[in-house]
Design a protein around this ligand. Structure first.
Ligand SMILES: Nc1nc2c(c(=O)[nH]1)N[C@H]1C(S)=C(S)[C@@H](COP(=O)(O)OP(=O)(O)OC[C@H]3O[C@@H](n4cnc5c(=O)[nH]c(N)nc54)[C@H](O)[C@@H]3O)O[C@H]1N2
Ligand SMILES: Nc1nc2c(c(=O)[nH]1)N[C@H]1C(S)=C(S)[C@@H](COP(=O)(O)OP(=O)(O)OC[C@H]3O[C@@H](n4cnc5c(=O)[nH]c(N)nc54)[C@H](O)[C@@H]3O)O[C@H]1N2
Ligand code: SF4
Ligand SMILES: [Mo]
Length: 854
């Protein structure tokens, strides 16, 4: 162990010294984006002469992709990485090739800025000490014993003084086990990725949690003639093959249209028609399109609406097809036509709000309606919008109107993240790990948008007309980055400086850790027994240990157990199954689709010798491939060919016979009028919606950029900012990797028009100012952005200049506010800002910033 640490130290130190010269740093590294700048060093040359071994290494982050990552380990050190070369790459069976982040994973694991030892904030004392110094204090190294004693005694103290719900756990699955057994803890909830697709859609007929199942599988995409992407930029935010799969559909003849404030790399790759739209206004555009179809449809001469589908498979579209007990006036058709409210939702009305000209709205509606086989896709970004609870229902209603649902080449729904352009259940998956859940006796759970204010003000919304008091005094950060990935980071920092104790399990001095009292160094997946990578329905990745735990890093499970011991709990109650056994159980339970597609069967053959070698309990079993083969290859990929038994058509059976295959709604149909949805939203206690998808203006959306909407007078925050998920990072992860910082410099994207009006040039340091905070970035002027919209990449590590309170990193949630709407939506893409040249010191590129080494 000593030996490996010495080697890594000299290895990483040498890399660090290269950073001034080239951020690609170490030699013999093949890194896209940095590839041109290889620096040969004697040390690396020597290493590459020795014999090593390829090990399947985890790439475990929430990045929207799942790729095969291999590490070449020599003499205990990873000297190279590669990706999938386990089979020939073909369009039907593509390799699962990694991105620049995955290929930089070793720079993360072996980064010089890893938290190496337990750390304590210098001025910490039981009860908090100088709490205002959180985020500014010095760090001192302490022993594991001291760290665990402090954490457990603070948990005890806070529990005794204030009660269990004063302990607020922000993430991780480990400490909730310990604390669950110790009387419980309060927690938080939110829609995170899914926006308004999170809970609402299950109520009007979509499958909860698996909205990918509304669209067809990737091979069927080639049967679509027109593919409309309503937001969605897989080239940046769905790593691996989704863009490649879309490209196959294009080669097969599909036309792509992208409706997005940004002309994305996806649009460029697919030579898509770009329709720029203002963030948070998609709903009005769809209403304008629906209006066009209602006006121009003529069942005999010009059939545009699939009345058969509407009437057989949905309720609520028109007065004659309402769910039981509903007011017939409360139907979508009359709302669109303005029959009762006198406001026609026509393209002209829509255009004023969404910024798309009325002719384009009309043309798009007609084009979709007249195309035989179209795919209507949206990604979650367009729903990470305040007050957007009716948007998914409108999207599905438009799909139903045009009948693009439930047939080959025809589909409507979410195409995002792992499931981009590839719907359907997983064809191969791991088994359960054998751990049973531990109940949390405390029921206090706070919406993400309110959690920091709840800490500051002592109460939160607990349902319709229901406020609850709470006195949080201990923040426990496990596996997450909430201080910067949830709204209102400035309030979050205040909250962190208010409570009596903050602890964080961490790999680096992340935002969560920077504002903590105690940091516990966690191992990465490369230092653990192994695990699985899945998400893409056709693959299962099995990764194994690459290196021993570095420095004094420990598994989160070990920390939870050691703290539990000190709280007087029994270790066996917290983790009755070892880490190894958990991995084994998942292997033994892994299943794969049968060749005839009729169900799942056992994936792995496991022998008695395998079990003995792993040192676990289990029974030998027969499966499709051997455990050894799986471990060596690191991946099982279900082979696909057109017409195979593994295809998937969303809503196929439902469309054929809705009575025999009802959806999970009261009517069994897709509910365009859904009382259940309206009741669900009301129950959260934030805002309300109608049972039909009416347009609800978003708080801090486009309309709020005006101080006088009727006379179109702009207010103090005239621009809209959105947060594209950015290539440099998976959320906040990888932000600290110098190689990625050099390759992807994290500017703020500003349209030529907005920049011109403000005298801003590319490279200027600009200040972004919202109602909630201030942040700096270097401007990149582009024609690829709709005027009025600013693109601030998601996930940069908060870096506040203590002199003026301004964040220097372009951290997105410095700008967002604590606004809770509807189903508790993370409405980050609705935020109003002003932008101007910064008169203070200009920013230097992030790659030149000192690393956070403690
Ligand atoms: N403004 C704005 N905010 C957003 C979004 C946006 O678009 N705009 N997007 C939202 C979305 S879609 C999401 S999904 C969320 C993501 O929000 P988070 O899940 O909070 O973000 P991550 O950066 O993925 O945080 C994971 C953290 O866990 C750490 N980690 C990784 N492995 C381990 C481990 O084994 N042990 C421990 N202890 N730690 C580990 C990582 O280092 C990292 O710090 O952010 C949301 N926030
Ligand atoms: N590189 C990278 N990839 C990631 C992640 C990451 O952090 N980094 N995060 C992963 C996670 S957890 C998630 S949830 C997914 C998120 O994936 P998505 O939900 O697709 O989010 P984004 O990629 O931010 O945005 C996709 C597109 O939507 C556009 N958009 C934003 N607001 C609107 C709007 O109001 N209307 C319309 N029509 N378009 C809009 C943006 O301009 C962008 O081009 O990404 C995943 N992939
Ligand atoms: S897309 Fe995700 S899983 Fe694939 S290499 Fe990149 S970071 Fe890793
Ligand atoms: Mo996400």
């Amino acid at each position: 162990m000593e030996d490996i640490i010495k080697k890594i130290q000299s290895y990483t130190m040498s890399r660090r010294s290269f950073i001034g010269m080239s951020a690609c740093g170490l030699a013999a590294v093949s890194l896209p984006g940095c590839g041109l700048k290889k620096v040969a060093t004697q040390q690396a040359e020597e290493l590459t002469k020795k014999e090593g071994k390829w090990i399947t290494a985890a790439c475990w982050h929430n990045c929207g992709g799942r790729c095969l990552n291999k590490a070449y380990v020599m003499d205990g050190i990873v000297v190279r990485q590669k990706t999938d070369d386990t089979h020939t790459d073909t369009p039907n069976n593509p390799q699962q090739r990694g991105c620049a982040r995955g290929r930089s994973q070793r720079h993360q694991v072996f980064g010089i800025d890893r938290i190496k030892y337990p750390m304590k904030r210098k001025n910490w004392e039981p009860g908090g000490g100088k709490k205002e110094l959180r985020g500014r204090d010095e760090w001192v190294r302490i022993s594991w014993d001291e760290a665990l004693d402090i954490v457990s005694s603070e948990i005890k103290r806070v529990r005794e003084k204030y009660g269990n719900n004063s302990i607020f756990v922000t993430g991780g699955s480990e400490m909730p086990r310990t604390l669950g057994l110790y009387g419980g803890h309060s927690t938080h909830w939110g829609t995170s990725s899914w926006g308004s697709w999170r809970w609402g859609p299950a109520k009007f007929g979509m499958q909860e949690g698996y909205f990918e199942h509304s669209i067809n599988d990737r091979l069927d995409l080639k049967n679509s003639q027109l593919i409309v992407l309503w937001g969605g930029n897989p080239a940046w935010s769905a790593g691996g093959n989704p863009t490649y799969n879309y490209l196959q559909a294009k080669k097969a003849g599909a036309k792509f249209i992208i409706i997005d404030p940004i002309y994305t790399d996806t649009a460029e790759t697919l030579e898509a028609q770009w329709i720029p739209i203002r963030p948070g206004t998609d709903h009005v555009m769809l209403l304008g399109m629906a209006y066009t179809l209602l006006q121009e449809d003529n069942p005999e001469l010009n059939p545009l609406i699939d009345w058969d589908f509407i009437h057989r498979c949905t309720v609520g579209f028109d007065a004659d097809h309402m769910p039981q007990g509903a007011d017939p006036e409360d139907n979508l058709k009359d709302y669109i036509l303005g029959t009762f409210d006198g406001l026609a939702k026509n393209p002209e009305w829509a255009s004023e709000i969404c910024g798309v000209d009325s002719q384009t709205i009309r043309d798009l509606a007609l084009q979709i309606a007249k195309t035989k086989r179209a795919a209507l896709f949206t990604a979650w970004a367009a729903s990470r919008i305040n007050n957007s609870d009716s948007w998914p229902q409108m999207f599905m209603a438009f799909g139903a109107m045009t009948g693009h649902m439930g047939q080959s080449g025809r589909m409507t729904g979410v195409s995002c993240h792992f499931g981009t352009g590839n719907g359907g259940p997983n064809l191969v998956k791991q088994g359960g790990n054998g751990l049973t859940a531990i109940k949390n006796p405390v029921t206090d759970s706070i919406n993400d948008n309110e959690m920091w204010e709840a800490i500051l003000n002592g109460n939160y919304t607990a349902g319709y007309h229901k406020q609850k008091d709470i006195n949080i005094q201990l923040i426990y950060h496990g596996y997450n980055a909430v201080l910067q990935t949830r709204s209102a980071t400035n309030k979050g920092i205040e909250a962190h400086r208010k409570v009596e104790f903050v602890v964080s399990h961490s790999h680096f001095l992340t935002t969560n850790s920077k504002y903590a009292d105690i940091i516990l160094p966690a191992t990465t997946e490369w230092e653990r027994e192994g695990g699985f990578g899945t998400g893409n329905r056709e693959i299962l990745i099995y990764y194994t240990r690459v290196t021993q735990p570095l420095f004094e890093a420990k598994h989160d499970q070990w920390m939870a157990t050691e703290i539990g011991k000190r709280l007087g709990l029994k270790v066996e109650d917290i983790y009755p199954i070892s880490e190894k056994q958990q991995v084994f159980n998942q292997l033994a339970g892994a299943t794969v689709i049968k060749e005839d597609g009729s169900g799942m069967e056992t994936l792995l053959t496991i022998t008695a010798a395998d079990i003995a070698e792993m040192g676990v309990q289990g029974k030998p079993q027969q499966g499709r491939i051997t455990l050894t083969e799986f471990r060596e290859k690191g991946i099982y990929q279900v082979e696909r060919k057109p017409g195979d038994k593994y295809g998937y058509i969303g809503y196929e059976k439902f469309r054929q016979d809705p009575a025999a295959n009802p959806l999970k709604t009261q009517s069994g149909k897709l509910e365009i009028h859904s009382k259940a949805l309206a009741e669900l939203i009301k129950g959260y206690g934030f805002t309300e919606i109608k049972p039909i998808p009416t347009y609800n203006k978003a708080t801090e959306g486009y309309e709020d950029t005006f101080k006088d909407w009727n006379n179109k007078v702009k207010g103090d925050y005239p621009l809209q900012v959105i947060n594209p998920h950015y290539f440099r990072r998976a959320h906040s992860i990888f932000d600290n990797i110098p190689q990625l910082r050099e390759a992807f410099p994290n500017p703020v994207f500003v349209s030529t028009k907005d920049a011109g009006e403000r005298g801003i040039k590319t490279g200027d340091t600009v200040l972004l100012r919202s109602r909630h905070g201030k942040t700096l970035r270097t401007a990149q002027i582009t024609e690829r952005l709709m005027p009025g919209v600013v693109g601030l990449p998601h996930g940069a590590w908060v870096d506040i200049d203590e002199k003026n309170g301004v964040d220097k990193a372009g951290a997105d949630n410095i700008l967002t506010g604590p606004i809770a709407t509807g189903q508790g939506i993370g409405g980050w893409n609705t935020c109003n800002i002003q932008l101007g040249k910064w008169n203070g010191e200009a920013l230097t590129p992030d790659v030149k910033w000192p690393q956070r080494i403690v």
